[in-house]
Design a protein around this ligand. Structure first.
Ligand code: ATP
Ligand code: MG
Ligand code: FE
Length: 338
């Protein structure tokens, strides 16, 4: 198969050409980070405008770099949710136009499924599988009994992990998105502040990061007030240690309960060194194969959408011309049983 895939759910415009589900012929990612940085986060209106400006350039680039033409394509895939509605609409509309004009099937993909299937560039998923998705807007444990079937067994009750990294990073004076810089600082620091590990001992698979975020902010503000200077690397390391502990604890209980053959780590925050290292040891303790999304494919990109489409196209109905963006798309659907 030769899939042209689209991703535009947030602040990355991306178009890729994926061969046979696991070969990246091209993966063009136009990031808008610079335009959003001065606002400290993604501004939806600004994002939509960028997507409109970039999308046709990305399509042409993706085809050219892959050295293919529309005639070589077998399908078109697109993220249709969850995400910013105005942003999603650009990708969905572009994908629909290409599919219609070239008489190709249109495969609608859930963005979070895309993050999970980024691991297909490492190896095909062995089912049943458990996935920990940590990203800018989501933190969830997803049970996948078979291809195309997803069940959220636990999720964050407030902030997502990436959101927490970005917010505490801001307090440390780091530009949006702060995750990668906090990660680098944490590697140089020590876990010296005893930040809370929320819900760690609770008998469920849910997460909460807002208490940790508040504890962090209070610590920094208090030190400011009394004129004390704190070691920023240690602050970062202590924050990250708390996040890592909770993710590890909940993943381990999930792996104890569910008969997973594979444990997947995916999403933008899966690029974090501390998380990658610690969850590898959880998986090995639980005797489960550990597969993490490739570093370069943790953040938003269209390649992962193409991989998800290739794997799932026979498990779901083809998208119709009426396909619409669904900003609050639930990450759960039943596949065709055959
Ligand atoms: P979602 O996927 O939930 O819709 P999103 O697409 O905006 O949200 P992603 O692009 O998947 O989110 O991930 C972006 C997030 O990952 C940001 O919050 C960013 O700070 C965080 N992040 C990226 N690299 C790292 C890292 N090395 N350590 C921690 N966080 C990181
Ligand atoms: Mg992004
Ligand atoms: Fe994402």
């Amino acid at each position: 198969s030769m899939i042209l895939s689209f991703e535009s759910s947030c602040d990355e415009t991306s178009v890729a050409v994926i061969k046979n589900g696991n070969k990246i012929l091209s993966n063009v990612v136009a990031t808008q980070i610079k335009s959003h940085q001065r606002f400290g986060g993604v501004v939806p209106e600004v994002a939509s405008r960028h997507h409109i400006e970039e999308i046709t350039i990305c399509i042409n680039d993706a085809l050219q770099r892959a050295n293919v033409t529309y005639d070589d394509l077998t399908a078109v895939a697109v993220t249709y949710g969850p995400g910013l509605v105005g942003a999603l609409l650009i990708g969905v509309t572009a994908a629909k136009v290409v599919a219609w004009a070239h008489n190709l099937p249109l495969i609608p993909i859930n963005h979070i499924a895309g993050h999970i299937y980024a691991t297909n560039f490492v190896k095909p998923i062995t089912f049943p599988a458990m996935a920990l998705v940590v990203s800018g807007g989501h933190t969830e444990l997803v049970w996948m009994p078979k291809e195309g079937k997803f069940e959220i067994i636990g999720e964050t009750r407030d902030d997502a992990a990436g959101e927490a990294f970005d917010k505490i990073g801001r307090v440390l004076g780091i530009n949006y998105p702060a995750g990668p810089t906090v990660d680098a600082m944490a590697q140089k620091g020590k876990d010296t502040f005893a930040f809370p590990r929320a819900m760690e001992a609770d008998d469920n698979y849910d997460f909460s990061f807002s208490g940790l975020k508040s504890a962090f902010i209070n610590t920094v503000h208090h030190a400011d007030q009394i004129g004390k200077t704190l070691n920023k690397n240690d602050l970062a390391a202590s924050f990250e240690a708390a996040v890592v502990d909770v993710l590890a604890e909940k993943s381990q209980s999930a792996l104890e309960k569910y008969p997973a053959k594979e444990f997947i780590l995916a999403g933008g925050v899966a690029a974090n060194h501390g998380i990658r290292e610690r969850l590898a040891s959880v998986a090995s303790k639980e005797n489960v194969e550990f597969v993490k999304a490739p570093l370069k494919l943790c953040g938003d990109n269209a390649a992962m959408i193409g991989a998800a489409a290739a794997a799932m196209q026979h498990h779901q109905e083809a998208g119709k011309a009426s396909l619409n963006a669904d900003p609050g798309l639930e990450f759960e659907w039943a596949p065709n049983e055959n």
